[in-house]
Design a protein around this ligand. Structure first.
Ligand SMILES: NC(=O)c1ccc[n+]([C@@H]2O[C@H](COP(=O)([O-])OP(=O)(O)OC[C@H]3O[C@@H](n4cnc5c(N)ncnc54)[C@H](O)[C@@H]3O)[C@@H](O)[C@H]2O)c1
Ligand SMILES: O=C(O)[C@@H]1CCCCN1
Length: 312
């Protein structure tokens, strides 16, 4: 307990955190979260501190998984950046504690954890909710989350076609050059999503970029951006015509502009589907509205720490 915390840099976390280990643990954690049992999982809705001067927020994301004895918090700054800005839109650090003594066991980069656990949860949503025969994946946005989503979606599923759109075409082209498999670049969102079975929205937009009239009936949308109550990625038509799933109802009604401003009803949490207490309406148009949860960072951090310990 008196040992100083281990410091794990981004490249170390990258080498220690793998989707095949992460996804099953996230599924267990999401299921436990949705049982709403505070003897099992304690996770307050994230606290946000506005950084108005810089168009951003500091988010504090503590969580305690009681049975697994994982106490963790992520500290994440996120910003709305102007087009062409070279500044990062997210910077995160994760602290893993010894819950008995209260000391910090590890301080680790939170960028890779945020990228991988968010994409992994979207892949869980797609596994449950995308059409049984899904051939076309469209990614809207071409940043960090776009790449982690591309990686886990192509690792987990077999799409025939992967498309990307970004508000700056050169960024979409750069993205397509950086991926292992073939990705086609599209100039408009409308064309990019035409006929798509799965659509991932990973933009920094605060106004809708995806409109319901363009979305194929029965498609699945994993909506990852727009994490403030007045920010949108999806329009009212899509929000009202889709069955809406979330990671946390409490988080969604506090933080999601797409849900609050459209008046859409939340059908279920992903954890409820995993627990079998709410159905996966795969044949309907579905939206998974992701906001991100502290327990996702906690299980990721524990995994990284276990892997690191097994090598030292
Ligand atoms: N749900 C979660 O758990 C979670 C976790 C991390 C990040 N996020 C969110 O995901 C989004 C993407 O994060 P990232 O790390 O990939 O960011 P990034 O900065 O690496 O990429 C952002 C992408 O969005 C595009 N973009 C920015 N503003 C836009 C606009 N107004 N209209 C259209 N496109 C726009 C950029 O061109 C870029 O392609 C952000 O909104 C971020 O807050 C969500
Ligand atoms: O859950 C997260 O880590 C992110 C941080 C940035 C804003 C949206 N949610």
């Amino acid at each position: 307990m008196d040992e100083p915390p281990v410091l794990l840099r981004q490249d170390e976390v990258e080498g220690l955190l793998h989707y095949k280990d992460l996804i099953p643990r996230l599924e267990v954690a999401l299921g436990k979260f949705s049982k709403m049992d505070s003897a099992e999982v304690i996770q307050p809705v994230r606290t946000t501190v506005p950084l108005q001067k810089y168009n951003g927020f500091l988010g504090l994301m503590p969580a305690y998984l009681v049975h697994e004895d994982i106490l963790c918090t992520k500290l994440v700054c996120f910003y709305k950046r102007e087009s062409g800005s070279t500044l990062p839109s997210t910077q995160a650090t994760v602290l893993l504690f010894d819950p008995e003594y209260g000391n910090v066991k590890a301080v680790m980069d939170g960028e890779v954890i945020t990228a991988k656990r968010t994409a992994a949860v979207s892949a869980i949503s797609a596994k449950l909710l995308m059409p049984a025969k899904s051939e076309v994946l469209t990614i809207l946005g071409a940043g960090h989350q776009a790449l982690s989503h591309y990686n886990v979606f192509t690792e987990t599923f077999s799409f025939k076609e992967v498309r990307v759109w970004s508000r700056r075409k050169e960024m979409a082209e750069r993205f397509a050059q950086s991926t292992q498999g073939h990705v086609t670049v599209w100039e408009s969102v409308e064309e990019a999503v035409n006929g798509a079975d799965v659509i991932v929205t990973v933009t920094g937009a605060s106004e809708p970029v995806l409109f319901g009239q363009w979305v194929k009936p029965g498609a699945h949308v994993a909506a990852v951006g727009a994490c403030r109550p007045d920010w949108r990625e999806l329009d009212d038509v899509l929000m009202r015509q889709a069955e809406v799933y979330v990671d946390s109802r409490e988080g969604a009604i506090a933080e999601s502009g797409d849900i609050i401003l459209s008046g859409a009803k939340v059908f279920a949490e992903l954890g409820e589907v995993l627990n079998g207490t709410r159905p996966a309406l795969r044949e309907k148009t579905t939206v998974f509205k992701s906001l991100g949860m502290g327990i996702q960072d906690a299980v990721s951090a524990k995994l990284v720490f276990e892997q690191w310990k097994s090598k030292h």
